[in-house]
Every structure is written in structure tokens, then in C-alpha cells.
Design a protein around this ligand. Structure first.
Ligand code: UDX
Length: 436
């Protein structure tokens, strides 16, 4: 199969590299010339484990290349994937479809022979209809089918998720398009991944419903964590106890500082907006958003109360800044409202993140960046584990404590055990572990 991938952001680059790895001939297209030039030099603009290796292997095998020229690869493609950004529109929280629509217009002009145009970007229900309308208006002769094929990749595990998906969702009623996309994903369903064919609008909604449900699961356990603290229960045990019920399942029940990232906040907001437009308010998802926003803002107060309530003149050290491990992504990271809150309360903030510090500097200019966790600990009145990077699970705690002015540890990811920490002489706070 010949594939054109429009957009070399996170989804486009990972999907393009994985399709090429399956043996397809893939061209990734982006309007940003500097990005394409960098990719052609072998530089990967995002941090994702293994992506550089995968890209390099497919490029040298002649199955993957990068260009700013959209028309050539689209003309030759069996399938054209739209994987451009759909940011939150300023002001109203709707998904901004400017890039999707622009891509559809450009693609339309270049189509030759039967081609499936596939939206991979997360787009509101009905966007496929709009893309089809734009294409048919721009090029009435085009032999085209428009499908929706949402992506369920997690940052940091994107390649594994792509190659071992729980399911592949293909939304189109066009038989020829189903056949083409069946071929595109053949290596995966040979691997037993279920492929689900459905209507386009249903596929579009599946993506939003999945993200909203997962965000709900996290928010639910976060509220249980708050209750656990008050009633003397342990939320990790609660999560295990409910997760062993197959109907609930064990995943996405880790309590923490609230969800962030490029998808959950943006997509739940967009879903709420779509639903309101249709006069079907989604009360549960609305509550999830509100509870999560409050939670992120409350984390600074949690740190303050671990230090007796007053942070004026105190030095707080943060371990981790990115919204989760194995990514340099700072979008909607809980660290951002945490830092703002700590600074507002009069604290000085020092921080270390294994890969996210360059990205963080743009978002958080008013803190001190350190070269390792021990430098962060130096003279700190408290350390806060904000992101559960693997290297933070094996810290030399005795050394860390020696560096600190005051051995208070606030573990927002529950990666340490209270008894161990107290034995070492730390005052230890975590999330939802009220049991003594
Ligand atoms: C998510 C979806 O998982 C993925 O299917 C979709 O395609 C894009 O959005 P991602 O944002 O990369 O992926 O990360 P994910 O691992 O889902 O975590 C999202 C946020 O939820 C992070 O802030 C994480 O810390 C938080 N989270 C996740 C929890 O607080 N507890 C959990 O149990 C799981």
C-alpha cells in the first residue's frame, strides 16, 4: 500500500513510522519546512521511546520519507491520513478544525485514482462529513471515500500501543475503503488485533467516548483517594479491590494529581461542547472536567499543608514536570498549576525532569532548573514527586534527605511506601493513603 500521512505531529509521525515498519510505502507531509528538513537529517522533533530507531530503519529501507510537497505523495497514495493538529479553539473549547479543513482542500486537488482519505486526528462527530463535502466541492471528479480511523496511542508507549492495539476502529460504509484499510492494518489483525468496522460518525464518537470514560475513571479514583485520606483507607488497595472485578478492570485507577496531557483535557472539553450543541448535556463528563481542574489547583495547598500551612520563604523541590513519564510533553501538566500555586503562596521552586526541562522552561520561567534530583533536594523544605519517572523509584533516599533542609516528601504518584519513608526519617505525604 502507498500511504500519505499529512501532519508530522505526534500521531502522524508515530503512525507513519509504524505503517512503514509494517512494509507499506509511506510519505509524511508537513507544511513546516524546518520540521521536514530536521526529519530528513534524522532528527525526531518529539521524545518518544524507540521512535528514532524505527524512523531510521524505515528511511534506510526506502519505505519512509518526508516532504513539504503534498500533491506528489497524495496523487500516488491508496490511503491519505489526515493527522494534523486539532487544538482547543481559543475562547469556546471547541476543537479547532482549521488545519483539518485546509488539509482536505489541498488533498482534494491532488487526488488521482481511487483514494481513501482517513481522519486520524481526533475530530468532533460530523467532521468526516465536512471533510467529504470539502473534497467533493473542491474536486467533483475525485474518486474518493472518507473514513474515520481514530488513534488510541498513549504518549511514551505509542509504538507499543500502535503495534499491539486493543482494537482498530474503522468508520466508513464504503466497501472499497474498508478493503483498503483492511490491507493497511493487515499485519495487525494477523496479530489478532480485532478490527471493528462501523459507520463514520460512530467511529468519531468512539474516540471521544473512550477518552472521556478513561478520564472519568481517573477522576473517580482521585475522589476516592480524597475520601480514603479522611476515613483512613488506602486508595491503592481500593483500586485493586475494585479492579479485580472484570466489569471494572484494573487499569487507569492510579490516584494522582489529576490528569493532563494533550488529549484528555482537550477532548473531554470538546465532547462537552459538542453535546451542548446537540442539547444533550453530559453531566458526568462536565463534572470530571471541573473536579480535575480543581484537583490540579489544590495540589499546591496539599504541599503547603504538609509543611504546616505556610510556604512563605520556603524552598520546594519538584521531581518531574511533564504530564507523565517517558515524554517531554508539558501540555496541561499538573506541574503548571502546582508551580503557579506554590509561587503564589510565597515559595521558591526548584525542579528536575529527566527530559522535559527544555519544554518546561517556556511554561515555567520563574523556577530554578537543576541537573539532578539531589541538586533539587539541596536546602529544600519539601520535595514533591510530580511525575512518576522510573528513575525516581530508585533514588538514594538517605543522600536525598541529607541534602534537604527539612525532610518532607510529598509523593503525588504514590511510588514510595509510608513505612519505609518514615523509617528513613522523612515526613511523608502521599495521595489517598490514609490507612495507618
Ligand atoms: C491518552 C489515552 O490513553 C490515549 O488512548 C489517547 O489516544 C490519548 O490520550 P496520553 O494522554 O498519552 O493518552 O496518556 P495517558 O497515559 O492516558 O495519561 C493521561 C493522563 O492521565 C496523565 O496525566 C496521567 O498521569 C493520568 N493518569 C493516567 C492518572 O492520573 N491515573 C491513571 O491511572 C492513568
Amino acid at each position: 500500500m502507498r500511504i500519505a500521512m499529512i501532519g508530522t505531529g505526534y500521531v502522524g509521525l508515530v503512525s507513519g513510522a509504524c505503517f512503514a515498519d509494517f512494509g507499506h510505502r509511506v510519505t509524511c507531509v508537513d507544511t513546516a519546512a524546518s520540521k521536514i528538513a530536521a526529519l530528513n537529517r534524522g532528527e525526531i522533533p518529539i521524545f518518544e521511546p524507540d521512535l528514532d530507531r524505527l524512523v531510521a530503519a524505515s528511511v534506510s529501507a526506502g519505505r519512509l520519507d518526508f516532504t513539504t510537497d503534498l500533491a506528489g505523495p497524495v496523487g500516488e497514495a491508496d490511503a491519505v491520513f489526515i493527522a494534523v493538529g486539532t487544538p482547543s479553539r481559543r475562547g469556546d473549547g471547541h476543537a479547532d478544525l482549521t488545519y483539518v479543513h485546509a488539509a482536505a482542500r489541498e488533498i482534494a486537488k491532488a487526488l488521482q485514482g481511487f483514494t481513501v482519505v482517513v481522519t486520524k486526528s481526533t475530530v468532533p462527530v460530523g467532521t468526516g462529513d465536512e471533510v467529504e463535502r470539502i473534497i467533493r466541492e473542491t474536486n467533483p471528479q475525485a474518486d474518493v471515500a472518507v473514513a474515520s480511523n481514530p488513534e488510541f496511542l498513549r504518549e511514551g508507549a505509542a509504538i507499543r500501543d500502535f503495534k499491539h492495539p486493543d482494537r482498530i476502529v474503522v468508520g466508513t460504509s464504503d466497501e472499497r475503503a474498508r478493503k483498503v484499510l483492511g490491507e493497511v492494518y493487515r499485519p495487525l489483525y494477523l496479530n489478532q488485533a480485532p478490527i471493528m468496522y462501523t459507520e463514520r460518525r460512530t467511529a468519531e464518537l468512539i474516540k471521544y467516548a473512550a477518552n472521556a470514560f478513561l478520564a472519568t475513571k481517573i477522576t473517580f479514583i482521585n475522589e476516592m483517594a480524597d475520601l480514603s485520606e479522611k476515613v483512613g483507607a488506602d486508595v491503592q488497595e481500593v483500586a485493586r479491590g475494585i479492579g479485580l472485578d472484570n466489569r471494572i478492570g484494573p487499569k487507569f485507577l492510579n490516584a494522582g494529581p489529576g490528569f493532563g496531557g494533550s488529549c484528555f483535557p482537550k477532548d473531554t472539553r470538546a465532547l462537552v461542547k459538542t453535546a451542548l450543541d446537540h442539547d444533550v448535556p453530559l453531566r458526568i463528563v462536565e463534572a470530571v472536567l471541573a473536579v480535575n481542574d480543581n484537583r490540579k489547583r489544590a495540589m499546591a495547598r496539599k504541599v503547603a499543608s504538609a509543611l504546616g500551612g505556610n510556604l512563605r520563604g520556603k524552598t520546594i523541590g519538584l521531581l518531574g514536570l511533564t504530564f507523565k513519564p517517558d515524554t517531554d510533553d508539558m501540555r496541561e501538566a499538573p506541574s503548571i498549576p502546582l508551580v503557579t500555586g506554590l509561587l503564589d503562596l510565597g515559595a521558591k521552586v526548584r525542579a528536575y525532569d529527566p527530559v522535559g526541562m527544555e519544554q518546561a522552561k517556556g511554561e515555567l520561567p520563574d523556577i530554578t532548573y537543576c541537573e539532578d534530583p539531589y541538586a533539587v533536594a539541596k536546602d529544600a523544605d519539601a520535595l514533591v514527586i510530580v511525575t512518576e519517572w522510573r528513575q525516581f523509584r530508585a533514588l538514594d533516599l538517605t543522600r536525598l534527605k541529607r541534602e534537604m533542609a527539612n525532610p518532607v516528601m510529598v509523593d503525588l504518584r504514590n511510588i514510595y511506601r509510608r513505612d519505609e519513608m518514615e523509617e528513613l526519617g522523612f515526613t511523608y505525604e502521599s495521595v489517598g493513603r490514609g490507612a495507618i
